[in-house]
Design a protein around this ligand. Structure first.
Ligand code: ATP
Ligand code: MG
Length: 378
């Protein structure tokens, strides 16, 4: 019999918190996500008590791992800073976290708290690596800016951050009042990336709770200011870290990037399934590297096929946001640290990204649009 959320909750009822009461009564549990044999949830506690809770986190993880049918389990422990207490909290570096949420049984539908001043947070994601998420994210952000929106960029790829290179950022963020970080501003947009804080060559090995902690700090301990929209460049894949992020970041919607070929589309479908599982609406699909126009002879070649993502979007009932060609220009400008929308605002590629941006804006501003009904076969 397939593992269900209730099996997990029942088991967690036997795990005791530091006060001797069942973990399920402690009000510290997030929603519990069960995907096949994978289980994810977080325990959010007062930052001052994080150390007392670490053994509880370990016990919870061990208890769930021992359940029949569990292939992997990730329990993140995050410390919430008590309101009004400035700085210094969180000895374990897990000080910034979404406010405490009731566990699923009591509070279904509650998402993580928003970021004060930030209107909408949009994730740019894909199931597969290297399809152009970061390229699309940065040019989409610039496109939204060109539409007159106040835009910020969060590089959530803590394993392989791209924003330092894409935006040619070498400086380190300053701190404000010893507690918050000042984002780096490029093209009028505040930008934050773990790459601003660690050396480019440093191999980054993150345990689950550290991923959460790094991300929540970049969200909540950065002086983002007032933003209409924050574009989040997600890491590739649909593994534990991505799902945790999708759950912890208060996302308004997700933009899925895919190349046209079948293999990438299968992964895109997985990405869509992941967001739907955590109730994040899919704003639509972008087909990147859609076709190649030879810069010399103007001949068009459909290197990865063409139109696959549009078809897939139709099939899944999610909006199709546009096609970005495979173009030398786009790669060169990215490599040079000046994305094409900023470097060549009058060019055809910039226009493509602005059109996509307009559709994305319409998608996330469409108030409480009913979620499209889709069939997932991932
Ligand atoms: N439309 C395009 N035309 C030409 N080159 C592109 C295009 N989109 C992306 N690229 C190039 O492809 C490479 C991968 O792109 P990018 O880093 O944006 O992908 P990603 O999906 O973010 O990768 P990762 O999964 O590693 O985060 C980069 O060298 C980028 O410049
Ligand atoms: Mg990337």
């Amino acid at each position: 019999m397939a593992l269900e959320k209730n099996d997990v909750l029942a088991e967690l009822g036997k795990v005791l918190g530091p006060d001797g009461g069942p973990l399920t009564d402690s009000g510290t549990l997030s929603d519990i996500v069960v995907t096949g044999g994978k289980v994810f949830f977080s325990i959010t506690v007062d930052a001052a008590t994080v150390q007392q809770w670490e053994p509880v986190r370990e016990r919870a993880e061990a208890a769930i791992r021992a359940l029949p049918g569990v292939s992997s389990v990730l329990v993140a422990l995050t410390g919430e800073r008590a309101a009004g207490r400035a700085g210094g909290a969180g000895q374990t570096g897990t000080s910034a976290a979404p406010p405490r949420r009731p566990h699923a049984a009591a509070g279904a539908g509650h998402g993580p708290a928003g970021i004060p001043g930030v209107g909408a947070i949009i994730a740019v994601a894909s199931g597969k690596g290297g399809v152009g998420k970061s390229t699309v994210a940065v040019n989409l952000a610039l496109g939204l800016r060109d539409l007159g929106l106040k835009v910020g960029i969060l590089d959530a790829d803590i394993y392989g951050p791209s924003m330092p290179k894409l935006l040619s950022i070498r400086e380190r963020p300053e701190t404000i009042g010893g507690t918050k970080l000042k984002p780096i501003v490029r093209y009028g947009m505040p930008v934050m990336s773990i790459g601003f804080l660690v050396e480019e060559e440093t191999p980054m090995i993150w345990r689950g709770p550290m991923v959460m902690s790094a991300l929540t700090q970049m969200l909540r301990e950065v002086e983002w200011g007032a933003l209409d929209v924050m574009v989040v460049d997600m890491p590739p894949g649909t593994g534990d870290a991505q799902l945790t992020m999708a759950q912890q970041v208060p996302l308004k919607g997700a933009v899925i990037v895919s190349t046209p070929q079948d293999l990438a589309l299968i992964d895109a479908r997985r990405g869509i399934a992941m967001f739907r599982r955590v109730n994040v609406p899919v704003v639509g699909i972008v087909e990147n590297m859609s076709m190649f126009i030879c810069p010399h002879c103007g001949t068009r070649s459909d290197i990865f096929g063409h139109g696959g993502a549009r078809h897939e979007a139709e099939r899944l009932g999610v909006p199709f946001l546009g096609e970005v060609p495979l173009a030398m220009d786009i790669r060169e400008k990215s490599d040079a640290g000046a994305p094409v929308v900023a470097a060549e605002p009058d060019g055809a590629h910039a226009q493509i990204f602005r059109d996509i941006a307009a559709r994305v804006r319409d998608g996330f501003t469409a108030a409480s649009r009913p979620a499209p009904k889709i069939v997932i076969e991932a």
